[in-house]
Design a protein around this ligand. Structure first.
Ligand code: NAD
Length: 502
């Protein structure tokens, strides 16, 4: 498919997108650094109007029965199925991930739609035993209000779908500010939603608003009380300003921030399996997943063996144009990401690290794109550098003797997103999953930390922000809970036995 065919299939007007305007946002593909579109930025007044539209839509949508809301998401899932190929390609073009992962991202969107359709009939509340005779207590879940979604470049479509599918069945319209690096994917998603809404027929206008802008547009949403929930995905730096700002207006935030994910490989591990898992988790997506494996904590008895195998496997990784078959690692998003990676490697070397790989590739062919060989860095110890998230394919390798020490190293990171252990020892696996083990929101055994399924609640602890979205009971963040007490007797007993009679 050519770029023009992809745009056409997704209803993106190529001519309008090419219209140059000196104030516009230039959208570049990390594949070759070329400009692929120019978009006007929303002004403050335009963003305000979009929030107002979503608020007006909420007044209608909240009264729509949830299973009927689910029908809209079922139709969206159908549109995503029909557009999987062009949307997956657009994700690759804008974010630089390989096509298989671009298509996988759309599959994840389809999966969350299916999940949300089922959920639309399962927004259950509890019935609670009342201490008063002739009384019943229950919980009712109501729509919360329009949700502000702020998303990162590396999952330009799926993060929206995780939020949108669930928010819509919960009764909440969405105002979405995508990353300024991936706005085309957002406009394509909006177009697919509009197709679904047309089939649905009576969805109110304004349910799916896209705001084109950078941090300033995000800040405007964060400060707007018409958005009772801000779901923000991105760096810890961003979350550190968004979280307090939303709290200051007593709003609710769902923060999905950076990770600094580790894997412990014990002496009993199946190394064949571990090498394959490490390769995908550390080098896949060019190290640009929040769940990317960044620290490998290996038992000293197998450290040299595993490192040698990894170095051999890394030498064979096919790097290049992510749309070409057989390629496993595409480019970094931009020069800033490349500079941050080189800076981290230089610091690691200065701290006694032994670096393999990490160099820039194809600079002649692609002077404006940043391809790198994923790096392995054998470290003498866990320095401060290893406690930062460098959003690039750098895998630090550390040794350990005692599992408790390994878990201490593991949990020393200020972020707490994803983790895993490779072991065939049941005691080691269960200890890692126990209260004394991994302190992350995701803890896996014999699979890598990345590549989560939508059925579970996704998110992490500490500086990762504490939010949970996607499956399980993450829907509760998008609703408000009312506790109801109903008196069906002809008496009026007070709780705690209080008597109050004249
Ligand atoms: P980023 O923080 O630079 O930007 C993310 C979004 O926040 C963008 O839309 C940006 O415009 C907006 N933003 C930035 N500052 C803001 C502010 N002060 N107020 C409101 N909005 C603001 O992140 P990025 O470079 O696009 O993405 C990479 C980061 O995202 C990594 O740290 C990665 O781990 C994280 N991430 C986390 C998850 C997760 O689910 N935990 C998923 C994907 C990415």
């Amino acid at each position: 498919m050519t770029r023009e065919e992809i745009f056409a299939a997704l209803g993106l007007d190529a001519a309008a997108l090419a219209a140059a305007d000196s104030d516009a946002l230039a959208v570049r593909s990390p594949i070759d650094g070329a400009e692929i579109a120019r978009l006007g930025l929303d002004t403050e007044a335009e963003t305000d109007a979009k929030i107002a539209k979503a608020a007006a839509a909420f007044d209608i949508w909240r009264a729509t029965p949830p299973p009927r809301r689910g029908e809209l998401i079922r139709l969206l899932g159908n549109e995503l199925r029909a557009a999987k190929e062009p949307l997956g390609r657009l994700v690759s073009i804008e974010s630089g991930k390989i096509l298989a992962e671009g298509l996988g991202e759309v599959q994840e969107m389809i999966d969350i739609c299916d999940f949300a359709v089922g959920l639309s009939r399962q927004l259950y509340g509890l019935t609670i035993a009342s201490e008063r005779p002739g009384h019943r207590m229950m919980e009712t879940w109501h729509p919360l209000g329009p949700v502000g979604v702020i998303s990162a470049f590396n999952f330009p479509a799926a993060v929206w779908a995780w939020n949108f599918a669930i928010a819509i069945v919960c009764g909440d319209p969405v105002v979405w500010k995508p990353s300024e690096k991936t706005p085309l994917t957002a406009l394509a998603c909006q177009g697919l939603y509009m197709r679904a809404a047309e089939r649905f027929q009576d969805a109110p206008d304004g349910m799916m608003q896209v705001v084109i802008g950078g941090a300033d547009a995000g800040k405007q949403m964060v400060g707007d009380t018409r958005l009772p929930l801000i779901s923000a995905t991105g760096s810890c730096r961003m979350g550190a300003t968004v979280g307090p700002a939303v709290a200051a207006r007593f709003g609710r935030s769902l923060l999905e921030l950076g990770g600094n994910n580790a894997m412990i490989v014990t002496g009993s591990a199946d190394l064949e399996l571990a090498v394959r898992a490490i390769l995908f988790a550390a080098a896949g997506t060019a190290g640009q997943r929040c769940t990317t494996l960044r620290r490998l904590i290996v038992h000293q008895s197998i450290r040299d063996n595993l490192t040698g195998r990894l170095q051999a496997a890394y030498a064979d990784i096919a790097i290049g144009d992510p749309l070409q078959g057989g390629i496993l690692v595409g480019p970094l998003i931009d020069k800033r990401a490349f500079d941050a990676m080189q800076d981290a490697l230089a610091r690691a070397a200065a701290e006694g690290g032994v670096v393999t790989g990490g160099e820039r590739l194809f600079a002649g062919e692609y002077p404006d794109a940043y391809y790198v060989r994923p790096a392995i860095v054998e470290m003498p110890g866990q320095t401060d550098l290893l406690l930062e998230e460098t959003f690039a394919p750098v895998l630090y390798v550390l040794g350990y003797e005692d599992l408790k020490d390994a878990i201490r190293l593991h949990n020393a990171s200020p972020q707490g997103l994803a983790s895993s252990i490779f072991t065939t020892d049941m005691r080691e696996a269960e200890y890692f999953l126990s209260a004394e083990g991994s302190d992350c929101g995701i803890a896996n055994v014999n699979i890598g930390p990345s590549g989560a399924e939508i059925g579970g609640a996704f998110g992490g602890e500490k500086e990762t922000g504490g939010g949970r979205e996607s499956g399980s009971d993450a829907w509760r963040a998008y609703m408000r809970r009312a506790t109801n007490t109903i008196n069906y007797s002809s008496e009026l007993p007070l709780a705690q036995g209080i008597r109050f009679e004249v």
